[in-house]
Design a protein around this ligand. Structure first.
Ligand SMILES: *Cc1c(COP(=O)(O)O)cnc(C)c1O
Length: 374
């Protein structure tokens, strides 16, 4: 049985006709940038996130860059994130001229370790330029935002939640943007809410900050040819906004399916020599952007599954601090042991809302076959 890593077409039957009609309408009206559909999506996404403001933009990387800019972060400043993330999180910090630094993750949740953050801030208490943290809600589960916010308040740090993998996730009943100053989202096609192209958004409850963000994303514009400052051009186009607005109505249903399939996976993997995703339904609403397990002999397991026609991924195989791109920071192997250890053990199994139970059975049986012959 051939099983892909992800199948984006699984959701097509539910949305296809509605999307086609909308795309046709945009083409017939020659409306591709701006307009009512952008406003409509922003309003509905704000409602979904329980947020005062949504500013749509070109992609999730831009969302981070614009957020840091609007917070006034720039040269001479330091921003802390985790090494177990996609490079965009680090790139955004460098893009505004600030320096990125890392703290390690918790073994169980794969998210920023509040204790490690505390130790870092204590050790660097003479540094006046640490301005913000970017906790990453990785694989669909939020960070411990209660503990992180407490530390951020104590040290007067801004908080930008990288929520690119956590549309609809909750921690103690609240979602991205309900804790930090800002939450950023990517609508890359494979994300839980994905466009038919690129897209991103920033949610923010502070009115003044939201206005600044909107200006930064739009050439520092006050009106068409009046610019308060130099900004960027980062916008969601009308077709993508319409696709996202149609898909948004299904997001909770799809997240529910993800949760069901993940539960099935975890039940089937009981007793198998691997570590299944941790969650606690009293604290988290995990939206399983990815279904990630840990295994010994990960690389051999991947190869074995590949031979059986099963595609898998690794998120992420090389931690940021060990990437050539961050060589200039001077980190070495051993600096972030938890991230480094899991990077050698994690494997993302085939996963999407409509994956069939027989497909999950096939994946699990193949994993068992491999591990039993070890
Ligand atoms: C996808 C992703 C991004 C970047 O989003 P793009 O839309 O591809 O720019 C940033 N951070 C994380 C954690 C992501 O998963």
């Amino acid at each position: 049985m051939k099983i892909p890593f992800m199948d984006l077409s699984g959701s097509y039957p539910q949305i296809y006709d509605e999307v086609m009609l909308k795309i046709k309408k945009h083409i017939d009206n020659t409306r591709f940038i701006g307009g009512e559909d952008i406003k409509k999506f922003e309003k509905n996404f704000s409602e979904y996130c329980n947020a005062e403001n949504t500013i749509s933009c070109g992609n999730g990387t831009d969302a981070l860059i614009i957020s840091l800019k609007a917070l006034g972060i720039g040269p001479g400043d330091t921003v802390i994130t985790v090494p177990n993330t996609f490079i965009a999180t680090g790139e955004a910090v460098t893009a505004v001229g600030a320096q990125v630094d890392f703290v390690d993750i918790e073994e169980k949740t794969y998210t920023m370790d509040p204790q490690k953050l505390k130790e870092y801030l204590h050790k660097n208490s003479n540094k006046k330029n640490i301005k913000a943290i970017i906790p990453v809600h990785i694989y669909g589960q939020m960070c411990d935002m209660e503990r992180l916010m407490k530390i951020a308040e104590e040290y007067n740090l801004s908080v930008v939640e990288d929520s690119s993998q956590a549309h609809g996730a909750k921690f103690k009943g609240k979602g991205p943007g309900e804790y930090g100053d800002i939450a950023t989202f990517s609508f890359y096609p494979g994300k839980n809410l994905g466009a038919f192209g690129d897209g991103g958004a920033i949610v923010c409850n502070d009115k003044e900050l939201a206005e600044k963000i909107r200006k930064y994303a739009n050439h520092g514009r006050v009106d068409k040819y009046t610019h308060q400052f130099e900004g960027y051009n980062s916008r969601l186009d009308s077709i993508q906004a319409s696709v996202l607005d149609i898909k948004l109505k299904h997001l909770d249903g799809w997240n529910e399916l993800r949760s069901k399939k993940a539960k099935y996976f975890s039940e089937k993997l009981k007793g198998v020599n691997c570590i299944i995703p941790y969650t606690d339904k009293d604290i988290y609403r995990h939206v399983y952007h990815l279904y990630v397990i840990q295994s010994d002999n990960r690389d051999e397991l991947r190869e074995f599954l590949k031979e059986k026609g099963i595609s898998t991924g690794i998120h992420y195989p090389l931690p940021l601090h060990l990437q050539e791109a961050y060589k200039y920071l001077g980190y070495k192997e051993g600096d972030f042991p938890t991230t480094e250890r899991i990077a050698k053990r994690i494997i993302s199994l085939p996963f999407w809302p409509e994956i069939r139970y027989e497909e999950i059975d096939e994946v699990v049986n193949s994993i068992k076959l491999f591990l039993n012959n070890k």
